[in-house]
Write a protein that binds this ligand. Sequence first.
Ligand code: FES
Length: 214
Amino acid sequence: MSGAGYQPVASSRDLVARHVFQACLSGQEIALWRADDGTVNAWENRCPHRGVRLSLGVNLGDRLMCRYHGWRYESGSGACSHIPAHPEGPIPATLCARRFLVAEAGGLVFVALGDDAATMPALPEDTIPLRALPVSRPAEAVAAALVEAGLAAAAPLHFIETQDGASIHLLIQPATDRTCVVHGLAETTAGALPLQRHMARLMESRRRAWEARP
Ligand code: FES
């Protein structure tokens, strides 16, 4: 979805060392991986060689190696730097993994699918991430249900509510046409564990109600 700005695709905790995380945003599969220097890479989940999913590849710390023929792509630039079948051959500069804009804030990872100047959701500085909630309903249907429940909308897919005296930001990730993921950020560090448990129960009951709708 070009022009939608940055949208959440994962928790920062999903990007563990030497791992490749598969995310989906508006039907676009994304291979997310963190290099050893902390750089977060968000690439189209498709090797430029034969189209194999890069999320099946190996995170080498500074490069991602495709699992099929071993082509390697550099963190940051996405440039192909090694082709095992042609170790000495020149590699065209245009041979790159397709990159998306990516940013981290509040313990979440955000991706913008458009090439234009993307905007980040307005978030408070001190937040703790809540458990992400996959929902088998379209993002628009979940947004409509949150409006119906009286939550304040900061943006079409960004809502704010108050629970136990804490402000909770709910950000909806449109995954596919039929599914979404609701990411939560709590604007507090005090009483974090009880609040996280309370929100997990509340969101789970909401999920069941949303998915039971015709
Ligand atoms: S498909 Fe990835 S290296 Fe061949």
